[in-house]
Design a protein. Structure first.
Length: 181
């Protein structure tokens, strides 16, 4: 009896079907992972941008206990300043809480709260939404910038953090699943 070399057509088709199923699940996971990494990188870039803007404003002598996030706008590189009343993820871009559209497609919203003091627990807040023009936009991350220049997220703020609106502590569920330090 002669042995055949190779696989039958049925064996090849079954093998290809198995590989197709594996590839389907793998590609979806890879795309989601890439998006998460992109959002996280954008948020880190924004945190660095806010910190840098704060340091420049501090060097120019404009930081006081009544400073609001909007005072840092001249020190931030952005595409468009928005006060149109646009609402994204419950944040409204208006005259008292403006937004800026960033080069990476994200939106940075400035709260209208000020430091309300000069201690290391006084903070102002910013909200960053990556890919804000998508429908629906992804969840955003809140950054809290302390009077001493330290920046963190709402999920990791210091207990007793204070701004002109209120005092608050950490809320771990507030940080989106795509964000990590």
């Amino acid at each position: 009896m002669r042995r055949s070399k190779g696989f039958t057509l049925a064996e090849l088709l079954i093998g290809m079907a198995i590989l197709g199923v594996i590839a389907t699940f793998t590609i979806v996971k890879l795309i989601g992972s890439q998006q998460t990494s992109s959002y996280n990188a954008q948020a880190h870039e924004i945190a660095a941008m806010i910190t840098s803007a704060y340091q420049k404003a501090q060097n120019d002598g404009i930081i006081t206990s009544s400073t609001t996030p909007a005072a840092l706008r001249p020190y931030i590189n952005y595409l468009t300043y928005d006060t149109s009343g646009l609402v994204i993820n419950t944040l409204t871009c208006n005259n008292s809480s403006p937004c800026i559209w960033l080069h990476n497609g994200g939106l940075l919203w400035f709260s209208n709260y000020n430091f309300a003091g000069t201690s290391n627990l006084n903070a102002i807040e910013f909200h960053f939404i990556p890919n804000a023009r998508s429908s629906p936009p992804p969840s955003g991350v809140q950054f809290d910038l302390y009077f001493n220049g330290f920046i963190t997220t709402r999920g990791q703020v210091k207990v007793g953090t204070t701004s002109s609106c209120c005092s608050y502590g950490p809320l771990p569920a507030a940080d989106p699943s795509w964000f990590s330090w």
